[in-house]
Design a protein around this ligand. Sequence first.
Ligand code: NAP
Ligand code: MG
Length: 404
Amino acid sequence: MAEKIKMRTPLVEMDGDEMTRVIWKMIKDILLYPYIDLNVEYYDLGLENRNKTGDKVTFDSANATKKYGVAVKCATITPNAERMTEYNLKEMWKSPNGTIRAILDGTVFRTPIIVKGITPFIPSWKKPITIARHAYGDVYKNTEMTVGANCKAELVVTDENGKETRQLIHEFKGSGIIQGMHNTDKSISSFAKSCFNYALDLKQDLWFATKDTISKKYDHRFKDIFNEIYEKEYKEKFSAAGIEYFYTLIDDAVARVVRSEGGYIWACKNYDGDVMSDMVATAFGSLAMMTSVLVSPDGVYEYEAAHGTVQRHYYKYLKGEKTSTNPVATIFAWTGALKKRGELDGTPELCNFAESLEKATVQTIEEGIMTGDLASLSSLENKKTVDTETFLLEINNRLAKLIE
Ligand code: NAP
Ligand code: MG
């Protein structure tokens, strides 16, 4: 066997929970250790260790990501009341993804992995559509009130000198409802930069849409900030890369997306992104085939699978059963991170390895060997359902041939 690939700079590795934690180790043992001298800074974000460290480990892992520039993360449990008892938690720790996103100030990009045999519900979609969702503000940080009859509702803004500016919302004759929401120029700018950077990275067009014809101040601000940043910092880079930034109205965007063949990044405001990412994920076929990367405005990357810890499969695993859990999105989290590490370090052998691993994974499925979730979707005739470990071994057979 050839010498193992060396890594110049450590990759931040964030381990996680349940079935994905089991798969995480299998991926390293079967597909990575035999080929790479893995240079990682390891953080155990499994719930037990988060609890033991008072969640310090999550903060440390995010700061390490800032330092080294690239991380790969396993799915983690976001505690709820049931998990408090199950894991005997000191506190209901916050979602690690939320904590990491807040520290890196990033935007999440989700991309489907496309394979032959699993056809999108929209037949014209030939290439992936990546959704970028703004993860701050709007209706997710709103204030709402019910209003009684014969009331006047106003917006009041008080400046630092106590001076008030008022604007009428509505004079209520009968009862009704009101809602106050906000966003900040800083957050919108970070969102815009992450989107422009990622489009350059992928060499794909960037689409952005709001409802600025109706929301002439709020949504228009998004449009203006994107436009200013584009003109000032990205226009030349985009034209050099042969890609476009395209702004349109949200209703027009939806119509164009459905008629498109894919192959671009669609930036969405918070609510649009919530709704549209579920639509796009479902239409492409499977959450287990969706990757996710958090990109900070200054170019720090954290890769993961879009699905959770696959709890139901884990309980089977604990009973000693072999499960057919799909590891593809987790494999692609690793390949995404290794490719980025290789790019930043100038080590093309690492990038080539990651690409071969992606190819071997897709090839395995297209040759009819897959996990149960995919078998139920695939239109291939001679398909065979295998357990996770067998699937990984089959990938490795093909990988070994690709890189020999
Ligand atoms: P989930 O883990 O994504 O699983 C939901 C269901 O989707 C599974 O029961 C399974 O269906 C199917 N599925 C998802 N991924 C699959 C895969 N790789 N292979 C095969 N089937 C797959 O979501 P959840 O059950 O709602 O959440 C479980 C835990 O994950 C929760 O504690 C939650 O907090 C956490 N979570 C973490 C993240 C993250 O870290 N990014 C994201 C979401 C959720 P069947 O059971 O029908 O086979
Ligand atoms: Mg949603």
